[in-house]
Design a protein around this ligand. Sequence first.
Ligand SMILES: Nc1nc2c(c(=O)[nH]1)N[C@H]1C(S)=C(S)[C@@H](COP(=O)(O)OP(=O)(O)OC[C@H]3O[C@@H](n4cnc5c(=O)[nH]c(N)nc54)[C@H](O)[C@@H]3O)O[C@H]1N2
Ligand SMILES: Nc1nc2c(c(=O)[nH]1)N[C@H]1C(S)=C(S)[C@@H](COP(=O)(O)OP(=O)(O)OC[C@H]3O[C@@H](n4cnc5c(=O)[nH]c(N)nc54)[C@H](O)[C@@H]3O)O[C@H]1N2
Ligand code: SF4
Ligand SMILES: [Mo]
Length: 670
Amino acid sequence: MPTVHRSACPYDCPDCCGLLVEVEGGRAVAVRGDPDHAWSRGTLCPKMNHYEATVHAPSRLTTPLLRDGPKGSGRFRPAGWDEAIALVASRWKALIAAHGAECLLPYSYAGTMGLVQRNAGHAFFHALGASRLDRTICSPAKGAAWKAVMGETAGMDPEEVAESDFVVVWGLDPVATNIHLVARLKAARARGARVLLVETYRTASAHLADEVLLVRPASDGALALGVLHVLERDGLVDRAFVDAHVQGWGELARQVLPEWTPARTAAVTGLAEERVVALAHALGEARAPFIRVGNGLSRHGNGSMNLRAIACLPAALGAWAKRGGGALFDSSASKAFDTSAVTREDLQPGPTRLVNMNQLGHALTELDRPRVMSLYVYHSNPAAVAPDQNRVLAGLLREDLFTVVHERFLTDTARHADVVLPAASSLEADDLFRSYGQYVIQRTRPVVAPVGEAKPNWDVFRLLARAMGLTDPFFELTANDLVERLLAPPSPWREGLDRAALDEGRPLSLKLPPDVKLRFRTPSGKIEILNPSLAQPLPVYRPPHTAGSALPLRLMTAPSVWGLNSSFLQERADLQSKAGPMALRMSLADAERRGLAAGARVVAWNELGEVTFTLEVTDDVPAGVVVAPGVRRLEDALGARTVNALTSQRLTDEGEGSTFYDTAVDVRAA
Ligand SMILES: Nc1nc2c(c(=O)[nH]1)N[C@H]1C(S)=C(S)[C@@H](COP(=O)(O)OP(=O)(O)OC[C@H]3O[C@@H](n4cnc5c(=O)[nH]c(N)nc54)[C@H](O)[C@@H]3O)O[C@H]1N2
Ligand SMILES: Nc1nc2c(c(=O)[nH]1)N[C@H]1C(S)=C(S)[C@@H](COP(=O)(O)OP(=O)(O)OC[C@H]3O[C@@H](n4cnc5c(=O)[nH]c(N)nc54)[C@H](O)[C@@H]3O)O[C@H]1N2
Ligand code: SF4
Ligand SMILES: [Mo]
């Protein structure tokens, strides 16, 4: 008889679903959704329905591996942990002696979202005085935009969608990336609410909407300003709300909005003038408009400014004063837990260099004083997911770079390592989870023993700390102790939470403070449309990086329904076959102009690289846009590279973020 255990989905996904794991004979044999989880309510996405196939995949790494062939050949010999850790420590000690500790660069992101295992390396690398990594690959430009306008105010509870009469899903593809929003949107429509999707092509989520507005990539800020112009012009601004709660509406209306006429907005966004006006009227007349904003649209050179303009909409509409009205950018509710108890910046011996993770290619090939001599990668796969793949791979192929990769699978990055360490999955580790798209938290414990000799992130850093002679007692703590440290300080967010239930592993909903929507946590206490602390105090429209490019197509590096960044598509043959070969989706007009037929092998190219795809011709993609879903393995590539050989290391206007979507290409026959 299998026993059933609670756990949480560890992946970088806003849903952070609750899991029920059936265990038999020490193995997970089935995984299903936890009906007691308030947001996910017992269902999982197609990727996670067979998480046991990932956890017990035959391709799981089970012992440390030492390189036994040329760099990048993927040839290794197995070794014991003692030998592997001793080798890493002796190489690092020699490198630190010769070049200083900043020649070590950690690289991690979000293979697991657990607050302990995700942040497990920070204290260790801080204590060594290594270079620090600026972890900005996802959506810091969106965070900066929210902060500029809303300060530390929490995002809305997505459950309030149930009380909205007009939901705008802006640059988010919930069928792929936020699956439990789908049921909420369907329920909202069944009640008579309108759902509008603002996108650059018709995604799999288009059928959920009453209307889909296709804008030119990176033009959303112009759309928001154009809507604000019409709201002002046609008397649809909520004056009472603006007078009480908004700083700078008058300045915006006088200094910025006059030029954003429907004609100018139409020229920048590609929408018809009437649709801009109609959107403003629909929003202005809605009782409780709710705007759910995705991450992708912030990954443009002007991404942060675009989102700042969008953040002004619910303010002008007075939506925050209505049940069901407002905006959700992110729910990370950082106030619920203070992660500095795990990250321990105070252990740093002094100021250290900060390296932007989007510029790994540059860091490995050009950065000096000191040159990066060792890279330690854990729960991330930069050879596949980082922009400018050609530079990243050139760096990883350096014979004098000592690369250690802690992984569950022999990923594209792990293949380039000198030492590979086997990582435990989330079912083999202790942790604490919160979400960035809803407000349920959960404590997790191991439900199966580590597969082979795999170890969780924190356990490896404890071994490394000992081998490097770090004596701080912090490195004696267990992962469980660290969970306790995160839970120890009181937080208003966790007041009244049933601690015994949390310790048992039950998913629990944080209680949003009742006044959360009208107490704006900004310096002025108001929504700061005008933010005097910023170099550009008012939102304006700026063109993206690719505005002047001679290449005619804008590449959307979209999420795949069957993978999550590079995860799942590396280890699961079932999901690989569902995803099919690496595809590029293009309009008929663009295909005909280039003499390309559906099913043909094509090469997308720009100044950074070339990537081969199978062409899919579709009405879902407008002319001028091409879509490449998913991040695939190099071994599954139709040519020598995968999609990120086309994306650049340039950063966003604020937040130092990635600009994956701000990519110009052209396409030719292979
Ligand atoms: N199945 C699946 N789920 C995932 C992921 C995955 O890869 N696959 N990734 C996970 C991660 S790490 C994250 S951060 C989230 C991201 O999830 P989302 O917040 O949904 O962000 P993205 O997937 O990057 O982009 C969403 C949409 O933004 C659109 N977009 C791009 N540029 C623009 C623009 O200029 N304007 C507008 N209006 N739209 C634009 C794209 O077409 C895309 O459909 O999803 C997580 N969940
Ligand atoms: N073209 C393109 N590029 C993208 C994106 C895109 O949509 N398109 N998305 C971007 C975004 S939003 C993000 S956030 C980044 C994400 O980039 P990453 O965070 O690097 O995400 P993954 O590709 O999922 O790689 C995570 C790796 O961690 C490993 N792992 C899982 N759990 C553990 C663990 O507990 N310990 C250890 N040591 N390893 C573990 C997994 O096996 C996997 O190989 O990618 C970015 N790159
Ligand atoms: S990947 Fe997202 S939708 Fe799928 S189970 Fe995990 S949290 Fe839920
Ligand atoms: Mo992300």
